[in-house]
Design a protein around this ligand. Structure first.
Ligand SMILES: C[S@@+](CC[C@H](N)C(=O)[O-])C[C@H]1O[C@@H](n2cnc3c(N)ncnc32)[C@H](O)[C@@H]1O
Length: 228
């Protein structure tokens, strides 16, 4: 497998894959999926219904979650064509009955297309999961994610967000300071988001930031609960 750089925005295709197999591979998935999976399973294993995964990227997390949480129906999504193709390849090869064909979903849109053919219905969305998006995107993407959670989550539904964050205005490590700087150099609209700022915006969207869970490599999982 080709080694991808640590903070890649592009995922790599294994050159040995046959024509028509569009699976991409993420090195950070290999490194991080187990701790992410533990937290997500702990929060969702007593729930049934539909989960929308925002920005699924390669689709590897989607396969893993659908396997671990067979009582949930998983809806992966992305906005990039080659990512949607990769997710579709992973989905087809998994054969998992509870993992759907990926959908095009841009969180900044007011209408996520729910209830239209090939999309989940707008009822029974018990969770929205999103990993490694908010820092590699403009701030309006964070706002779009929060307002989508307000529109679509069931009462007590969870928005679960994984990634690099500063906590209450302070970076948690020197490496996160460097990461934040490198993101902003790539694009001034990118950058590590702060939990207190997220919390303030989340409250406007009827979401309570109920847990900030430290994860390996100075990352965090934010658990936001839709008010009942
Ligand atoms: C760094 S990747 C993370 C992929 C995957 N979640 C992971 O953790 O490996 C960021 C993903 O966000 C997607 N993305 C960027 N802007 C988006 C938007 N406005 N709405 C939904 N997805 C978006 C990109 O296409 C890309 O697949």
């Amino acid at each position: 497998m080709i080694k991808a750089p640590k903070f890649t925005l592009r995922f790599e295709k294994d050159r040995d894959l046959p024509e028509g197999d569009d699976r991409l591979f993420s090195e950070s998935f290999v490194t991080n999926h187990e701790p992410i999976e533990k937290v997500v399973v702990r929060h969702l294993d007593n729930r049934t219904g539909h989960v929308i995964e925002i920005a699924s990227g390669t689709g590897q997390h989607a396969v893993n979650f659908a396997q671990q949480l067979p009582q949930l129906t998983w809806w992966p999504s992305d906005i990039q064509d080659h990512h949607i193709k990769s997710i579709a390849s992973w989905q087809q090869q998994s054969g998992l009955p509870n993992l759907n064909t990926p959908i095009y979903l841009d969180v900044t849109q007011d209408d996520w297309g729910l209830g239209t053919p090939g999309h989940p219905s707008s009822e029974d969305i018990v969770a929205i999961f999103c990993s490694n998006l908010l820092h590699i995107a403009p701030w309006n993407v964070s706002l779009g994610l929060l307002s989508g959670a307000r529109r679509y989550l069931t009462p007590d539904g969870l928005l679960i967000v994984y990634g690099a964050f500063s906590v209450d205005g302070s970076h948690v490590s020197q490496s996160n300071i460097a990461f934040d700087r490198s993101l902003r150099n790539q694009n001034p609209e990118f950058g590590v988001r702060d939990t207190a700022v997220i919390q303030k915006e989340a409250e406007k969207c009827d979401l309570d930031l109920s847990e900030i869970i430290p994860m390996p490599s100075n990352n965090f999982m934010l658990i936001l609960k839709k008010q009942s």
